[in-house]
Design a protein around this ligand. Structure first.
Ligand code: G6P
Length: 613
């Protein structure tokens, strides 16, 4: 969490930094700040609690002239969100300024040591400790600024992506990374540093992804990279994969709405080139390379957090149902600390939109140490998880900016469906005729989603009726259960209405006690294997005066007399249900949140990329 952006070049730095921070606000938005360093060695630091727009107001028409600068948008870890704790932080003598994404785990012992040497601190942050440490190393060793940074970092335990400015060297920008993301944009006689490429893409497509333990030194117009052990590295320049329009709202009121409506395309992009219909074949290089292992595979473990965990639960159903491979899905944060049994023969799949989630990464490291084959399903190209895994599949959903995940979820599910089918084919648990049927159905999904999106106006009316609810229950069975969980999570995240997802039959073991006329119950009741049983569950809700909103299969006339509202979705293969049934629930949450006046794209307390445990 926290977004960092920095610039050095021939343009005014401040507008570039503020625009960049807005693009990174999905990473945190409880306070923001900039440090601007002009050629006369004046360091101008402005910071403010709140969003980047509050910082802009704070800056007003104050002096921002500078060709070098950096900015930060914060998601608080150490110290509450206030002006003092906002970044940038300064060294005691005001010589150095720093922005930081991550956590310095040994900050308290470093702080004690520094206090003993006369340092005093203005904030409660770990970041301020680190910049004082750099100051201390600089003072005590007759070394250059960049060398002081390197030496100080050898004493640090924790995760960081930092950028540092030195007042006496306006020609210098230094970045360093371990555990938190950092990318350098290389323009013509100008450089950018950011947490991801979104603040950079409108200026240059050439980027270098900084690796853990590396320090980027930009001196004037020259970039050099060295490791913390002082070894010089050759920068590996890559091209940004997406375009500017992918990260703009494109006429939609919110990114979330845009991303919901993008799903016909993002799902298509996830399976494009991987399906060969004529000979009923799937190409997934990361899976194909393990053909022999898969033939004898006796366990898959899926790890993830949040929405990615829900995709993982769909994965569990798919791998067992279609490929007949035992599968477990685990919360990464639990898995990493519960001393799990991991065997060398295991195939461990990490699912992560950002590819940076700290718990998922740590769980993966644990599985790798225990000798398992590790595989990543990620959306962000070049992120930490795809770099760490033995193999993987990108979801190709394009940048997802709304904090509540929508298109990334359906793209993850698409990748899992293809993986399960590919494994089934390798293990011989699916006939080629059946596989052909499946693949044909997958190809029809984008058009079916277009059809579901047409229910938007009806969903808006239902949202108006539900907007003042205090609780909501989401029920589903089989493939409908992960959908129910994801529907409930979306509502909680963006509208702050308490919501629970439950396996429909489990309702009798607790949640039924909550049902009264005030309680909306959203039920995935499509005509699949558990249909009759779900219909009975609906009757149980109605008998207790609950308000039922059913997601039903088009043409189902039975439910309309039973439910208060029915949202019809096209029929599909049962295993593909999560791709379609999730869409109306995303729209319902979105409209409820808008009607409640919530900040849909930046819900309170949440961040898109959780790089702390
Ligand atoms: C945060 C985000 C969620 C996301 C989860 C896992 O909580 O707000 O939308 O599902 O992290 O993130 P990942 O990037 O690993 O999928």
């Amino acid at each position: 969490m926290c977004g960092i952006v920095a610039y050095i070049g021939h343009r005014e730095a401040c507008p570039i930094i503020l625009k960049g921070l807005k693009r990174l606000e999905y990473r945190g938005y409880d306070s923001a700040g900039v440090a601007l360093l002009d050629d006369n060695k004046n360091m101008k630091v402005y910071k403010k609690t709140g969003k980047v727009s509050d910082l802009e107001k704070e800056i007003g028409d104050r002096d921002t002239s500078a060709f070098t600068g950096m900015g930060h948008t914060r998601w608080a870890t150490h110290g509450e969100p206030n002006d003092a704790n906002a970044h940038p932080h300064l060294s005691g003598d005001g010589e150095f300024a720093m922005i930081h994404n991550g956590i310095i785990e040994n900050y308290s012992s470093l702080k004690e040591m520094l206090k003993g040497r006369g340092h005093t601190f203005k904030s409660e942050t770990d970041t301020e400790v680190l910049i004082h440490l750099i100051e201390e190393v600089y003072k005590n060793n007759a070394v250059k600024f960049e060398e002081a940074v390197r030496m100080a970092l050898t004493q640090v335990v924790g995760a960081y992506a930092i950028v540092i400015l030195s007042k006496n060297d306006p020609n210098y920008l230094i970045g360093a990374k371990k555990g938190s993301p950092m990318v350098i944009g290389i323009g013509e006689n100008e450089h950018f540093i950011a947490s991801d490429a979104t603040p950079i893409v409108e200026y240059t497509r050439n980027v270098v992804y900084i690796q853990d333990g590396e320090i980027a030194i930009i001196e004037g117009t020259t970039l050099s990279i060295k490791t913390i052990d002082n070894t010089l590295k050759t920068p590996y320049i890559q091209e940004i994969e997406f375009n500017l329009e992918n990260i703009e709202k494109g006429g939609y009121e919110h990114f979330m709405l845009k991303e919901i409506f993008e799903q016909p395309k993002s799902i298509l992009d996830s399976f494009r080139g991987r399906i060969h219909l004529p000979d009923a074949r799937i190409t997934m290089a990361g899976i194909d390379m393990f053909e022999d292992k898969i033939k004898n595979l006796d366990r898959i473990v899926i790890i993830g957090c949040g929405t990615s965990w829900h995709a993982g639960l769909v994965g569990e159903y798919l791998f067992e149902d279609i490929a007949r491979i035992p599968c477990e899905v685990e919360y990464a944060s639990e898995f990493r600390y519960r001393n799990p049994v991991v065997k060398e023969s295991d195939f461990v799949i990490a699912i992560s939109q950002s590819g940076e989630t700290a718990d998922t990464l740590a769980a993966l490291e644990l599985a790798k140490k225990k000798g398992a084959t590790i595989f990543g399903i990620c959306n962000v190209v070049g992120a930490s998880i795809p770099r760490y895994t033995d193999a993987g599949a990108y979801t190709h959903a394009g940048p997802e900016i709304g904090v509540a995940s929508t298109k990334a979820f359906t793209a993850q599910v698409t990748a899992l469906i293809l993986m399960a089918l590919s494994m089934a084919q390798k293990k011989g648990t699916i006939t080629s005729t059946r596989l052909h049927e499946f693949l044909t159905e997958i190809e029809s999904i984008p058009a079916k989603i277009e059809q579901v999106l047409k229910t938007d106006a009806q969903i808006q009316l239902i949202a108006a009726e539900l907007k003042d609810s205090r609780n909501a229950l989401y029920l589903g069975r089989g493939y409908g259960f992960p959908v129910a969980l994801e529907g409930a999570l979306k509502l909680k995240e963006i509208s702050y209405i308490h919501a629970e997802g439950y396996p429909a039959a489990e309702m009798k073991h607790g949640p039924i006690a909550l049902i009264d006329e005030e309680m909306p119950v959203i039920v995935i009741a499509t005509q699949h294997s558990n249909y009759e049983k779900v219909v009975s569950n609906i009757q149980e809700v109605k008998a207790r005066k609950g308000k039922v909103i059913a997601i039903a299969t088009e043409g189902d006339t039975h439910l309309k007399d039973m439910a208060d509202h029915v949202i019809y979705i096209p029929n599909c293969e049962e295993a593909l249900l999560p791709l379609i049934a999730t869409i109306p629930l995303q729209l319902l949450s979105y409209h409820i949140a808008v009607l409640r006046g919530c900040n849909v794209d930046q819900p309170r307390n949440l961040a898109k990329s959780v790089t702390v445990e």
